[in-house]
Ligand binder design. Structure first.
Ligand code: EPS
Length: 389
């Protein structure tokens, strides 16, 4: 079973991930993994931290001569900012707890509940781990998963479809998004809407405020049958939602037309099925986003995620000091005004992890050769039933 854990604080030495369950003999391209990390760092609306960091992975175990060994892969992303924080964050030395203490907790962040739950008088102990800096780990894990799935042509992309009130209602082909999205500072593939998004971010920045938005993730060249209808925890849509909702600041996940299923009749929701010799078994539409009965159908998977605005505001909201309980304005930390473009890269890589987990579960194989032969035999059997890649 493919699984991962992460460790590390935002201003600690490093972010560490362990990815377990990767078959052997998968060739890894470190430049491609680092390119994903670089994309996560970008986007109009990012704050000062990204000028300090140059995220790159350092593989500590599980890989030899660029090929996976079949054991757990340990991955480090160093925090350059640690050298500025060593006297506050050193794990095993005396540290200065007072200078960076945060007691005016920020509404919308984990600060208040984290302090109550873990019995801290300093929200720094909470925010260091709850920070979205951890998403660099998620991206490094997902980028490895993408490389596993590349052997089977499964491909991923994502774009930003809304920031504040600037909304892109157009429908795009997978390839159009993939070929254009990296040229946009806000990962929006429509130039006019891109400019509106940038304007909105600039405006809220001048007001000391922040903005959220909506991200769309797409997966193509999938096969039918990843996931299962037979048990709740085998449903791939359930697991996708769980992983995506666990990304910092994500408040909603939709698959296909999502909440619109509630205001449409059945004939406007289901995807009619047809067959011809050239295409094999197909669906006329893809309103259900490539997942039926907790399983991929083989059509493109289409997911949308809603990200809330970042809770650190330069125009801070009313709050309290958690120790004196007196009213104060919330504390202001250096932060981003809008991290929706970065979050698009995070969501895409998190989806890659889940798809990879279910792919390996369905296809099985300790090494790339076994995976390929199991995959080919499944594709052949589906071909005998009328399904075509
Ligand atoms: C982030 C690093 C953080 C923040 C941001 C995401 O760095 P710092 O706190 O040093 O500025 O920029 O984190 C948050 C928005 C948050 O709420 O925690 C990153 O690497 O993505």
């Amino acid at each position: 079973m493919l699984r991962y854990l992460t460790s590390g604080e935002s201003h600690g030495q490093s972010l560490i991930s362990i990815l377990d369950g990767v078959p052997s003999n998968i060739e890894l391209n470190i430049d491609e993994i680092n390119r994903e990390l670089e994309k996560r760092q970008g986007g109009y609306g990012r704050g000062g931290r990204m000028k300090i960091e140059k995220d790159k992975i350092n593989i500590l175990g599980g890989v030899r001569g660029k090929k996976t060994l079949g054991g757990p892969i340990s991955i480090e992303v160093k925090n350059n900012d640690y050298e500025n924080w060593i006297k506050f964050m050193n794990p095993m030395d005396d540290v200065d707890f007072e200078s960076r203490k945060v007691s005016n907790v920020r509404p919308g962040h984990a600060d208040l509940t984290g302090c109550l739950k873990y019995d801290f008088d300093d929200a720094r102990n909470v925010l260091e781990r709850s920070s979205a800096r951890e998403t660099a780990s998620k991206v490094s894990v997902g980028a490895i998963c993408k490389q596993i799935l590349k052997n089977f042509d499964i491909d991923f992309t994502s774009h930003v479809v809304q920031i504040g009130s600037a909304k892109d209602n157009n429908i795009y082909d997978f390839d159009y998004i993939k070929n254009n999205v990296d040229n946009s500072e806000v990962r929006c593939v429509n130039n006019n809407i891109e400019l509106k998004m940038i304007d909105e971010i600039t405006k809220v920045k001048s007001e000391g405020d922040t903005l959220g938005g909506v991200i769309e993730i797409r997966v193509k060249n999938l096969i039918p049958g990843l996931g299962s209808y037979t048990q709740f925890d085998k449903k791939i849509d359930g697991e996708l939602a769980m992983h995506l909702m666990s990304i910092q600041a994500i408040k909603g996940v939709e698959i296909g037309i999502g909440f619109d299923v509630a205001n449409s009749s059945g004939s406007n929701v289901m995807d009619e099925i047809y067959y011809n010799k050239e295409e094999g078994i197909k669906r006329k539409t893809n309103r259900l986003g490539g997942i039926e009965g907790g399983m991929t159908t083989g059509e493109e998977v289409v997911i949308r995620c809603a990200m809330k605005p970042i809770p650190t505001l330069y125009k801070p909201l009313d709050s309290i000091d958690i120790n004196s309980l007196e009213s104060y304005k919330a504390s202001t930390e250096r932060s981003d005004n809008c991290a929706v473009p970065a979050c698009s890269v995070v969501c895409e890589n998190v989806v890659a992890f889940v798809i990879c987990k279910y792919f390996l579960d369905k296809i099985g194989g300790d090494n790339l050769e076994d995976l390929k032969s199991n995959y080919n035999s499944y594709i052949k059997r589906l071909g005998d039933r009328g399904w075509k890649r």
